[in-house]
Design a protein around this ligand. Structure first.
Ligand code: GAL
Length: 998
């Protein structure tokens, strides 16, 4: 990962130096296959209308509760976005070669249906390679024993991937916009940008993948996501690229690179060089950050990429006329089961705008301002940055600022001026005036005196000759949130930081009308300019409403007030009703407003409230609407003097009583019977391969790579039988499991040592002394090793086959004796390996611990014979214990009360790992000595909110002194009155006898 990043940075510098190419733009359509989604050099068109694509990344497989997709999509939609970009996970859909599943939680139809219901377009990214911090980068486990260079055109790989590509292609085709579905674009591969030398870009591979998708019926435009604008895989309909300018170190969330903005400015030149005939498309722009084992935690990542980051960097993308912008991630979800690659832990919260528990961060509200502005600014869709490499002091004269002039090249009227700090890292405020050409000549703004100001780590978009309905804004330094023409009146909402000075000027065809403050305490200064223009100067504090004649209403807002506005649209009819943007309704107030509909003179809103204080609403809607409801409850409305409606409502937040996990009855059983003398491993897989396709030649007499035997996730156990020569003093072993992995070794029933893990080590060489100094000649013994499989590596370098980096025993020898040989090696992973038994929860849910093989983690397992014992009591020796308990939940309808299992760190003993199973679903891997995650959100639908729940925990003590979990609790992470759709439990199928379990 880090090597790869360094490589990208070096290349970025190189490419940045290149001059823009000379290819001429051309108008084009979509391969002639359909005409609903087309594009030109400026933007995408849907049904012939230009659209700004502002989308966020969501992965269906990271949210197994299918009935919750709608909640996430509605939240994305209400932010002003119109699309979601989604990876699909090959390894999840085809865990055994040739057995492809779109059943159960792998059924994608609920995902597509929810998108339609919310009015969200889908940019589908099926791979076959996706990266995405998932095990193997999405490549299936069976790739561990399938020959050929992966991610190339060699027949072996094409054969291997064709089945999945056709199957997913068929799913996507059926859900294309041309067939009444939400899919508008399909990405081929992902970051096919780095090739393991001597391999180079494989054009045959690219064309093979395109053909596979086309043959399965995909007709919408195909896209590419280059790892940086480096010109790879450009033979595609719409070429785009990635950018993560603030990096992935969440430890110092306020430290930005001083050149972070500059370092992305070559993008525009690269765009002109590589894809001048399609829009400037960034298919992944930093929306948060991943966090590694031992990392700083996702709240820090949310801060690193918080509202300030959003203002600077997303506006910088605006400055480069990026009319297709996708944020990775907008909702990260959970690496439940074995989804993660070793670089990340269970949570994939990502510090995104929508947190893992689906609550909204401040980032969300800032994004809402920017997305709504883009959505009502068609001039942006045909714009060009004019002075991209000459921005310092431009238009402001201030050397510490840079300003990009973005002009509408088609309408030839509107200008956007994106102002930001030259040094992205500093916090100092700069003052400036803006000297810009306008339709009435060059003006220096503010005209009514004073200065504009820009905080450090901030950016603003000032507009010139900007159309808002019938009104033309000659200019506005106050940023535009939205505008709407309602009952012939243009309502324009502008905002700035609290207390900032701004000016907005309107153009009129004759002498300007008077401007009067009609609501709020703000003051305005006005001045009539030449050509019938009227300038208003104001400071942005709270909310002030100004009436300008009869036809214009100006809302002047500070940022906090602006955050509270929602722009919704009355749905039209038919399957695409929720995509309609013709009839805006603006509403202020509430934690989330999801939707609006109308019947007669009533507006029916749905939304969520989280405050115990009364929430004030203001509705800006046509006067024909005289009544309104929120979640079906009639609002008591009053009318303002300027015709809008107001109401108040307080959230209804019922109290729920949660079970106290510490007082429940817990049962326990030993989950490492393998070390007992009477245990038989007769049913284990014999590790007897002498050849492997793996590039790493084994150092051991037989191959001891778990993947070669079909085990690709969770805990892996090894058994080595040997007869002693009498000289053995210990066992040295080189294990590999991926970053932060651990292992423990027993000689017969005696614990001889562990590696407790370290995020910086994917493998470890350990030496473990035998007890009593040695073994008796001719005595027979068995070594048992328990290890973690932290997920397969990603495979970022095409043709590198890094994802085959083995998990298992790389080497071993007996201390004191060269002649001892292991007579038989055996391996156990999840029961059945690629023929995994729990098809409800899928191939990555359970690992190879005895208790998991037996299904002890499942609801309904009969633990009556088990002893009493809780994980907070733990065990007093190295080993593995299993714990089970059950509890009831009774959470009323009409609320969203996300829950999490929260652990606290144990100080002594401290080296241990635990897995948390909720109703059989693996929703947490806790490593006490590494962290950082100790709170594990579990979505409703995995937790049964109205009935019985089973909680099972495995506890693996790495130390001779044993382990115990310090404390364990079920806690609410938010309390929200919610209009989200009913949540249906995923199948919580119960234990059934497992034939052949050992
Ligand atoms: C991108 C990649 C994504 C993801 C991201 C980091 O370069 O395309 O799949 O890995 O980096 O979160």
């Amino acid at each position: 990962m880090f090597l790869r990043r360094a490589f990208i940075c070096a290349l970025t510098a190189l490419v940045g130096a290149r001059a823009p190419g000379l290819r001429l733009p051309r108008q084009t359509e979509t391969d002639g296959l359909q005409n609903m989604v087309t594009w030109d050099e400026y933007s995408l068109f849907i049904n012939g209308t230009r659209v700004n694509i502002f989308s966020g990344e969501v992965h269906p497989f990271r949210m197994p509760v299918q009935s919750l997709h709608l909640d996430v999509f509605q939240k994305v939609k209400s932010m002003g976005f119109n699309a979601v970009s989604a990876y699909f996970h090959w390894g999840m859909h085809e865990p055994k070669r040739g057995e492809i599943s779109f059943e159960g939680f792998r059924d994608l139809q609920p995902f597509f249906d929810a998108a339609m219901k919310a009015g969200i377009y889908i940019i589908a990214r099926p791979g076959p390679y996706i990266n995405a911090e998932v095990t193997g980068g999405g490549l299936p486990g069976w790739g561990q024993h399938t020959a050929g260079l992966w991610r190339t055109s060699n027949a072996s790989f094409i054969d291997a991937s064709a089945g999945y590509m056709k199957a997913i292609g068929t799913q996507l085709a059926a859900n294309q916009i041309t067939n009444g579905g939400p899919v508008i674009l399909v990405q081929v591969e992902n970051e096919y940008s780095g090739y393991q030398p001597p391999y180079t870009e494989d054009f045959a591979y690219e064309s093979e993948l395109k053909s596979l998708l086309r043959e399965s019926g995909v007709t919408v435009p195909l896209t590419v996501n280059d790892a940086w604008p480096g010109g790879h895989f450009t033979d595609i309909d719409i070429y785009g690229y990635d950018s993560y300018p603030n990096g992935f170190n969440c430890s110092f969330p306020d430290d930005w690179l001083s050149g972070a903005v500059d370092s992305t400015e070559y993008f525009w030149g690269a765009h002109l060089q590589y894809s001048p005939q399609s829009p400037n498309a960034v298919f992944e722009f930093q929306g948060g950050s991943l966090d590694a084992w031992g990392g700083a935690g996702y709240e820090n990542c949310a801060q690193l990429t918080g509202p300030a980051f959003e203002r600077v960097f997303y506006k910088n993308e605006f400055a480069m006329s990026t009319t297709m912008l996708n944020l990775y991630m907008v909702f990260g979800g959970t690496n439940w089961g074995g989804i993660a690659h070793p670089g990340v832990y269970t949570s994939y919260d990502y510090g995104a705008a929508i947190a893992e528990d689906r609550t909204l961060r401040e980032k969300y509200y800032e994004l809402k301002l920017q997305a709504n502005f883009r959505a009502v600014s068609p001039a942006f869709l045909t714009s060009r940055p004019i002075n991209i490499f000459n921005t310092q002091s431009s238009f402001t004269g201030n050397q510490a600022l840079k300003t990009t002039q973005v002009l509408d090249a088609v309408g030839n009227k509107t200008g956007f001026y994106v102002v930001r700090q030259l040094d992205a890292s500093i916090d100092a405020v700069q003052t400036y005036t803006l000297t810009v050409p306008t339709s009435i000549g060059t003006l220096t703004i503010p005209i009514l005196g004073g200065n504009l100001a820009l905080n450090g780590k901030d950016s603003k978009i000032h507009v010139v000759d900007y159309e808002a309905g019938q009104s033309t804004l000659l200019y506005s330094t106050g940023e535009i949130l939205t505008w709407a023409t309602i009952d012939e009146r243009d309502v324009v909402l502008v905002y700035g930081n609290s207390g900032e000075l701004h000016e907005t000027a309107f153009k009129f065809s004759s002498a300007p009308p008077a401007a009067t403050v009609i609501s709020g305490t703000g003051k305005i200064k006005t001045q009539v300019l030449s050509n019938n223009s009227l300038a208003l100067q104001y400071t942005t504090t709270g909310q002030t409403v100004v009436e300008i004649g009869n036809n214009t209403l100006l809302y002047i807002l500070d940022r906090e007030s602006a955050y509270q506005f929602w722009v919704l649209h009355l749905p039209s009819a038919g399957a695409f009703a929720q995509f309609d943007t013709a009839n805006p309704i603006v509403i202020k107030g509430g934690y989330l407003i999801r939707s609006v509909a109308s019947t007669g003179n009533t507006l029916a809103f749905t939304g969520d409230l989280n405050s115990t204080h009364p929430v004030s609403f203001e509705i800006i809607a046509p006067g024909a609407f005289t009544s309104a409801t929120l979640n079906g409850v009639k609002l008591s409305l009053a009318k303002t003097k300027y015709g809008t409606l107001t109401a108040q409502k307080t959230a209804v937040l019922p109290t729920v009583t949660l079970p106290d996990l510490s007082t429940l009855q817990w049962k326990t059983a030993d989950s490492l019977p393998e070390i007992q003398p009477q245990y038989s491993d007769a049913l284990w897989t014999v590790a007897n391969h002498t050849t492997t396709i793996n590039a790493l030649a084994p150092l051991t007499p037989v191959v001891l790579y778990a993947g070669d035997y079909g085990f690709h996730t969770g805990n892996i156990l090894w058994r080595a039988h040997f007869t002693a020569t009498g000289a053995e003093e210990g066992f040295a072993v080189h294990m590999q499991g991926g970053a932060a992995f651990g292992y423990s070794v027993w000689l017969d029933a005696t614990f001889i040592g562990s590696w407790e893990g370290d995020p910086n080590f994917a493998d470890f060489n350990g030496t473990h002394a035998f007890p009593g100094g040695g073994l008796r000649k001719a005595s027979t013994h068995v070594l048992t090793i328990v290890q973690d499989h932290m997920g397969n590596e990603e495979d970022w370098w095409a043709a590198g086959n890094d994802f085959q980096t083995p998990r298992g025993v790389l080497d071993y020898h007996f201390i004191g004796s060269n002649s001892t040989s292991v007579t038989i090696w055996k391996v156990a992973g999840n029961l059945g390996g690629e023929d995994y038994v729990d098809t409800t929860r899928g191939p990555l849910n359970e690992g190879g611990l005895f208790g998991e093989r037996q299904g002890w983690h499942l609801p309904g397992f009969n633990d009556a014979a088990w002893a009493r014992g809780a994980p907070t009591q733990g065990i007093a020796h190295a080993g593995v214990a299993f714990y089970r308990t059950t509890f009831n939940l009774n959470v009323p309808q009409g609320v969203d009360y996300p829950l999490a299992i929260a652990l606290t760190k144990s100080m002594t003993p401290s080296n241990f790992r635990a897995q948390i199973y909720v109703n059989g679903y693996s929703f947490g891997k806790y490593v006490n000595n590494i962290g950082p995650q100790s709170v594990f959100p579990v979505p409703q639908g995995i937790l049964n909110y109205n009935g019985l729940n089973t909680l099972a925990i495995s506890l693996w003590a790495n130390d001779a002194g044993g382990a115990r979990i310090d404390s364990l609790a079920l806690k609410l992470t938010a309390q929200i009155e919610s209009s989200m759709g009913a949540v249906e439990n995923q199948p919580l199928t119960v234990w059934t006898s497992r034939p052949g379990a050992f």
